[in-house]
Design a protein around this ligand. Structure first.
Ligand code: SAH
Length: 392
């Protein structure tokens, strides 16, 4: 096996369990290797670090799959890892829908698998994982006997690994318009053309967290996607709900979802640019009891973090201005480069500028099928905050 030897001084990150090894952390590579090959990583003094897959073309040259020397990286290895991840989800109470594999958090770096009951959507986001895709599909077939498997590898990060953007069936073709259940409600999921894998499973528990504050409320939701938060609000007794999203396709699905749950008389949706509309609404003096914000990630690169923070401040400031005195702001951030403490500080600054006092109702992360691994910062990515907002 090819041996990858690390520099003498290695980042504590690697020692502490982080599976990524950057190209500039490697001292030398002994033997010929091709992208996707399994390699053994050693310290400068020949101590075993782990086994992983290599991609000389990627900045993340090796991603470790195991730190157990006797492990063999083969089909059975992937099956065991998937079984382990499923056992963990079941232990936490998941039965139908869940993120089955959350990449690094399940010791399967760069692999995402979402389980929508009998349907599976996967993403192999590195060359090494792409090589093992047939083994992963085989394991899913053996463990779950699914009705269908689909790949949503139409994501730009694949290009950093020298992989094309593709999507398609990994099973016999099936109808990719499915319906899932969440918190007692039903939602259409478009596996083929929806965003990411089709549905944002990570907000499941957070959607439930709005239950009491939306009762009899006039609710505004921006960045609604297929209307999940808004339909929860209607279900939990809101008087009126307006959801905004820039995507016509998402809004069409949101309307279908409202009808599917018999809530179309309460939950309405509009295809608009939320940044513009929030601004206009503030100018017009519109007021709501609850404002919900769940924008897309504002940045994926360190260079533009400050811009992302400014973006969060701005929309949250607007959200607060749109609230009646004593209303509730429900605000999310999925940008993993904006850590939880920075997000909270940003909300604090927005409140200061808006001359509002805030009282925290709850501060949560993503649902537990997206485990947070301590020391793996990018697994702690979703911030979800509810605050009561009052005039100062
Ligand atoms: N709340 C949703 C997820 C939202 S994802 C859920 O829980 O399912 C972010 C959404 O913001 C996407 O649907 C995207 O279409 C939308 N979006 C992006 N830019 C926007 C803009 N300028 N105005 C309104 N919506 C926008």
């Amino acid at each position: 096996m090819v041996i990858v030897t690390l520099n003498k001084r290695i980042a504590p990150r690697i020692v502490n369990g982080h599976p990524w090894i950057f190209a500039n952390e490697v001292n030398n590579i002994q033997g010929d290797c091709a992208a996707g090959d399994t390699v053994e990583v050693q310290t400068h003094d020949k101590k075993f670090v782990g086994l992983g897959y290599i991609n000389p073309q990627s900045q993340i040259i090796v991603r470790l799959l195991t730190r157990t020397k006797n492990d063999v990286i083969n089909e059975a290895f992937f099956k065991q890892r998937i079984e382990k991840a499923w056992r963990y989800r079941q232990q936490l109470g998941y039965t139908e829908n869940c993120r089955l594999i959350f990449g690094e958090a399940d010791e399967l770096p760069a692999l995402i698998v979402d389980k929508f009951n009998d349907y599976f959507v996967l993403q192999t986001l590195s060359f090494g994982m792409e090589v093992w895709k047939p083994a992963i599909v085989k394991a899913i077939n053996e463990i779950f006997s699914p009705k269908g498997i689909y790949e949503r590898n139409d994501v730009p990060v694949r290009e950093l690994e020298g992989l094309p953007q593709i999507k398609g069936f990994l099973s016999e073709p099936f109808n990719t318009q499915i319906i899932i259940e969440e918190n007692g409600l039903k939602f259409h999921v478009d596996i083929e053309n929806g965003q990411k894998t089709g549905y944002f499973l990570d907000q499941r528990d957070n959607r439930r967290a709005i239950q009491h504050i939306v009762k009899n409320a006039d609710v505004l939701g921006a960045f609604t996607y297929t209307g999940t938060f808004e339909i929860h609000a209607a279900h939990y007794g809101a008087k009126s709900v307006l959801g905004l999203d820039i995507s016509e396709q998402a809004v069409a699905k949101a309307n279908e979802n409202a009808a599917l749950n018999g809530l179309q008389h309460i939950a309405k949706f509009e295809a608009v640019n939320a940044f513009d509309v929030l601004k206009t609404m503030v100018k017009e003096g519109k007021k709501y009891d609850v404002v919900m914000l769940d924008p897309p990630a504002f940045t994926k690169s360190r260079e533009t973090i400050q811009k992302a923070i400014t973006g969060y401040k701005e929309i949250n400031l607007r959200g607060m201005k749109l609230l009646k005195n004593g209303g509730f702001l429900v605000t999310s951030s999925c940008t993993n480069l904006v850590p939880p403490d920075v997000f909270l500080q940003t909300i604090e600054l927005a409140a200061k500028d808006a001359k509002k006092k805030i009282r925290q109702v709850t501060f949560q992360a993503q649902a537990s099928d997206h485990p947070i691994i301590w020391g793996l910062d990018n697994t702690n990515y979703l911030k979800f905050l509810i605050v009561e907002v009052t005039d100062r």
